[in-house]
Write a protein of this length. Structure first.
Length: 162
C-alpha cells in the first residue's frame, strides 16, 4: 500500500450513505452546498471520490435524525452555522448534544446548560415531572404523617414506571 493511499483512508460515499441512511443525491447536495464536507478528501472533478472520516459520519447521522424529527434542512443549516460560530468548531455536531421538538433545536453543552440555538444561546429549562412527584409525595408524608394514606399517582405515571 502506498503512503498516499494510507493518508487517504476514509469512508467512500456509498459506505457513508448506507451507514447514515441517506441517498447519494442527498450526500452529494450536502457536500456541494457546504452543509457537511468530507474531511479526508473532497471531490476533484468527475470520477474522483469524496472520502469522509468518522466525525463527518457522526454529523451526517445527526443531520439525518434532525430531518427525521421534522426539522427542515434550512433550519438545520442555520443551526450548524450558528454552532460553528459559537463553538468555533468545524464539527459542531460532534461537540454538543442536540435536542429538538421539530420546531427548534436546543444545544446541551452540559447537564445544567441547555440553550435555544436559534435564539443565539438563550437559556431554556426543562422539568422532569417524575422527581417532582416523588419530592411532593415525600413532603406531604412529612407534613401530614397521620394521614399516611398512599398518595395518588399522576395519570399515566403507572404506565411510565413499567
Amino acid at each position: 500500500m502506498s503512503e498516499q493511499t494510507e493518508q487517504l483512508a476514509g469512508y467512500r460515499a456509498p459506505q457513508v450513505c448506507n451507514v447514515v441512511g441517506i441517498t447519494y443525491r442527498q450526500l452529494d447536495y450536502w457536500a456541494r452546498t457546504g452543509l457537511i464536507t468530507p474531511s479526508v478528501q473532497a471531490a476533484q472533478g468527475s470520477g474522483s471520490q469524496r472520502l469522509y472520516d468518522f466525525s463527518d459520519i457522526i454529523q451526517l447521522k445527526v443531520v439525518k435524525r434532525l430531518l427525521d424529527a421534522g426539522m427542515s434542512l434550512k433550519k438545520i443549516r442555520t443551526a450548524m452555522e450558528i454552532l460553528r460560530e459559537q463553538l468555533q468548531s468545524k464539527t459542531p455536531l460532534t461537540d454538543v448534544t442536540l435536542l429538538s421538538d421539530g420546531a427548534t433545536i436546543f444545544a446541551a453543552h452540559s447537564p445544567d446548560e441547555v440553550v435555544d440555538v436559534f435564539q443565539r444561546g438563550q437559556g431554556v429549562f426543562g422539568i422532569a415531572v417524575g422527581p417532582v412527584q416523588q419530592e411532593l409525595e415525600g413532603e406531604l408524608l412529612r407534613l401530614f404523617p397521620e394521614e399516611a394514606s398512599p398518595v395518588k399517582a399522576l395519570p399515566g405515571a403507572e404506565a411510565k414506571a413499567n
